[in-house]
Design a protein around this ligand. Structure first.
Ligand SMILES: Nc1ncnc2c1ncn2[C@@H]1O[C@H](COP(=O)(O)OP(=O)(O)O)[C@@H](O)[C@H]1O
Ligand SMILES: [Mg+2]
Length: 337
C-alpha cells in the first residue's frame, strides 16, 4: 500500500513534526508500506527526504509565530498536486496550526483522500482550548475554572476576576497552541501582564486557568479505546517544552500508579471527552489530578507526538503494541473510516 506522509509544516511545532514523521516513515516502511514523505510547506518544490530530516528540536519553545503566508499557501498546492493519486491514505504527522486544527483535513476531504486521525470538526474543536472547555463543561466533564481574555483587555478587571475566582498560581495560555508554546504559570499578580503579552503573540484569545496542584496524567486513545494511563513527573518545574523534548528531564510511569477504580474512571472520562469533541482514530487527553483525586481535563490532542519515545507510543507499548503496529493500526482506522 502507498501512503503519503505529511510532516514538517509551518507551525511552531515544525521540528517535533519532523521527528514524528521520521519515526513514522521508518515504522510504516518496516510494515511494507511504500511511503512518500511530503512537507506541505514546500508545495511542488519538495526537498529530498535526507534534507528534510536534518533538523534539531530546540531546547526552548519558539517565542513567536513565524508567519509566512507563502508557505501555508503551499499546502493547497501540495494537496492538489504533490500527493499522488494512487495513495491508499494520508498519514498526517503535523502538529499544531495548519496541521492539527482541521484545515489540512478539509483540503484532503476536497481531494477525497482518507487520512489518519480526526476529521475537520473534531480537529478544529480539540485545537481550540476555549471551545473544548465550553464543551467539556456542557457535557459534565470537569475542567479547571477559567477566565477568558481578549485583546485590549483591562488589566485591573482581570486581576480582580482572578482574585475572586481562584487566585495564584494561575495558568495563562493561548487557546490554539500545543507543546506549552506561549504558556506561563504565574505565581504572582505582577507576572500577569507580561504573561498575557506573550500569550497574545500566539492567539487573539487567551485563557487564564485555575492551577490544579497534584499529579499530571495523560490518557492515550487508540480507535476509541483507552490505553493505560501515563503519569508524568517532570524533574524540574512543570511539563513545559523543555521537559517534553529534552531526554532525561521527565520520568514517565506507565501504567500510572492509581487504584483500579480510579484509573477506570479516568479512562472513561477520557473516552467521553474524546467523543464529545468528535475526535476519531487516535489521540491523547491531558489531565491534572488534584489531591482529592478529581481529574480535571486540560485538553485533547488529535495529533500527539509520534516519535518512539512519545507518550501514545509508550502507552501502546504497555499493552504490547509496538510502534510499528501502532502506526499500522492508525493507517487502518483511516482506511476503514
Ligand atoms: N490548570 C493547570 N494546572 C496545572 N498545570 C497546568 C494547567 N494547565 C496546564 N498545566 C501544565 O502545562 C502543561 C501544558 O498544558 P496543556 O493545557 O496540556 O497545553 P499544551 O500541552 O497544548 O501546551 C500541562 O501538561 C501541565 O503540566
Ligand atoms: Mg498538553
Amino acid at each position: 500500500m502507498k501512503i503519503a506522509l505529511l510532516c514538517g509544516g509551518v507551525s511552531p511545532e515544525r521540528d517535533i513534526s519532523l521527528a514524528s514523521g521520521k519515526n513514522v516513515a521508518q515504522a510504516l516502511r518496516s510494515k511494507d508500506y511504500e511511503v512518500y514523505v511530503i512537507d506541505p510547506a514546500y508545495g511542488v518544490n519538495q526537498p529530498s527526504e535526507d534534507n528534510l530530516f536534518t533538523f534539531s528540536i530546540k531546547s526552548e519553545a519558539p517565542k513567536s509565530v513565524n508567519r509566512n503566508p507563502l508557505s501555508q499557501r503551499a499546502y493547497i498546492e501540495t494537496v492538489n498536486n504533490v500527493i499522488p493519486d494512487d495513495v491508499s491514505a494520508v498519514f498526517i504527522a503535523l502538529h499544531g496550526t495548519w496541521g492539527e486544527d482541521g484545515k489540512i483535513q478539509a483540503l484532503l476531504d476536497y481531494r477525497g483522500l482518507p487520512y489518519t486521525g480526526s476529521g475537520v470538526l473534531g480537529s478544529a474543536l480539540a485545537m481550540d482550548k476555549l471551545i473544548s472547555k465550553r464543551i467539556f463543561t456542557g457535557c459534565g466533564i470537569l475542567t479547571p475554572p477559567w477566565i477568558t481574555v481578549y485583546k485590549n483587555y483591562d488589566l485591573e478587571v482581570i486581576k480582580n476576576e482572578i482574585d475572586r475566582q481562584f487566585g495564584y498560581p494561575a495558568v495563562v495560555k493561548p487557546i490554539n497552541q500545543g507543546s506549552t508554546v506561549g504558556m506561563a504559570i504565574i505565581q504572582k499578580e505582577n507576572q500577569l501582564d507580561e504573561a498575557l503579552t506573550v500569550a497574545l503573540r500566539f492567539s487573539d484569545t487567551i485563557i487564564i486557568e485555575m492551577y490544579v496542584p497534584g499529579k499530571e496524567i495523560t490518557v492515550s486513545v487508540l480507535g476509541n479505546e483507552p490505553l493505560p494511563i501515563i503519569e508524568i513527573r517532570p524533574k524540574h518545574g512543570y511539563y513545559d517544552y523543555r521537559s517534553k523534548y529534552t531526554a532525561g528531564m521527565t520520568d514517565y510511569i506507565v501504567p500510572a500508579p492509581l487504584d483500579e477504580v480510579l484509573s477506570n474512571n479516568i479512562q472513561d472520562i477520557a473516552i467521553k471527552a474524546f467523543r464529545v469533541l468528535g475526535c476519531q482514530g487516535f489521540g491523547r487527553m491531558d489531565f491534572r489530578l488534584n489531591n482529592a483525586d478529581e481529574a480535571y481535563c486540560l485538553e485533547a490532542n488529535t495529533i500527539p507526538g509520534l516519535t518512539n519515545t512519545s507518550l501514545v507510543p509508550k502507552a501502546a507499548r504497555a499493552v504490547g503494541i509496538e510502534f510499528e503496529d501502532l502506526c499500522d493500526r492508525i493507517v487502518r482506522y483511516a482506511i476503514e473510516k
